[in-house]
Design a protein around this ligand. Structure first.
Ligand code: NDP
Length: 305
């Protein structure tokens, strides 16, 4: 029987550990840790994410501020907004909600965030700290996955880990974090030859691709731990028939679409020793880790151990 790794449970643990740290910061500095979220344009999905980030911050007694700018905002105007946030003492963390409008150079914008307020851990300075094993803010999703593995007492040291996907946001930092935990790490991507046989060497398989149920029984070594980062919406009936069992297909027919990860849900449940479901696996961890990163940035900025 495969074990389901419950992201909601780990999220709640991480959030409840944040509360005393917020209280300690308030006691020491007279103010709560402050998170500023910058949202440019009116992407409905981004609006939902931003709302849930500031709501979670408020739940934990933190200060959450959203700066909403129109889609027509020029790059220089956005850079000026970020510079003002860099200077504000009561802001400990700055998050630029992606994607940004096409006329804005996202790399330049992310570079403009002060590294000590970069709660997403996307700044090249912080990527450098990660790759050299030094302390600093880590990208939330992969850092949450490490928390999940540790809290479920899954051994990482000495294991073969395969990460499918090499984005700066998930795949690469995931690989570095696993390496730091002494796994033997392989990174795969769209040009990898014979993906299935490489994946089958994995004791820990992390899928961060963005392709519905790309990884199937051919990719999973029996007994592997499988972490599915992907969030994909399936809208085609033919695709749904390949992926879902009869019960889920009935749900699909009722709703017209369903979410699925990058790993085939039936195959992973049958073959793995433990796996993250989609939804309810990796997804809930990201916001909890964002809160933790903001608190840690505040602690570093105020010299609290
Ligand atoms: P990107 O699109 O930035 O990266 C996808 C990676 O997958 C690339 O490295 C790409 O390779 C690789 N890839 C694409 N097709 C294949 C293939 N057929 N075989 C092997 N590798 C392939 O995506 P992200 O890293 O940003 O996100 C990945 C997924 O995770 C998405 O579904 C996203 O929605 C989800 N996500 C979930 C989060 C959560 O909180 N649960 C947070 C962040 C992301 P190449 O580099 O060669 O193009």
């Amino acid at each position: 029987m495969s074990r389901i790794l419950d992201g909601n449970r780990i999220r709640d643990q991480i959030k409840s550990e944040c509360l005393p740290r917020v209280e300690r910061l308030v006691a020491r500095t007279g103010r709560p840790p402050g998170l500023a979220v910058v949202l440019v344009g009116d992407n409905p999905a981004s609006e939902v994410y931003v709302r849930s980030k500031t709501k979670t911050a408020a739940e934990l007694g933190m200060m959450g501020e959203t700066i909403t700018l129109p889609a027509s905002t020029e790059e220089d105007e956005l850079l000026a907004v970020i510079e003002a946030l860099n200077q504000r003492r009561e802001i400990d963390g700055i998050l630029i909600q992606l994607p940004l409008p096409h006329h804005v150079d996202a790399q330049r914008v992310l570079l403009s965030v002060a590294p000590d307020k970069d709660v997403d851990g996307f700044h090249p300075y912080n990527a450098g700290l990660l790759s050299t094993g030094r302390e600093g803010p880590r990208p939330c999703t992969p850092a949450g996955i490490i928390q999940m593995l540790k809290r479920y007492e899954i051994t990482i040291e000495g294991k073969n880990a395969v990460v499918v996907g090499r984005s700066d946001i998930v795949g690469k930092p995931m690989a570095f974090l696993l390496l730091q935990e002494n796994a033997t790490v392989t990174i795969c991507h769209s040009r990898t030859h014979d993906l299935a046989s490489i994946c089958r060497t994995a004791d820990i398989l992390v899928a961060a691709v963005g392709r519905p149920a790309l990884l199937t029984e051919d990719h999973i070594k029996p007994g592997a731990v499988v972490i599915d980062v992907g969030i994909n919406r399936v809208e085609s009936r033919v695709e749904a028939e390949r992926i879902f069992d009869a019960k889920r297909l009935a749900d699909f027919d009722r709703r017209g679409s369903l979410l699925v990860g990058d790993v085939h849900p039936g195959d992973v449940a049958r073959l793995s020793s433990a796996y993250t479901p989609v939804p309810g696996g990796v997804g809930p961890l990201t916001i909890a880790m964002l809160m933790r990163n903001t608190i840690e940035c505040a602690e570093r900025r105020t010299g609290i151990e």
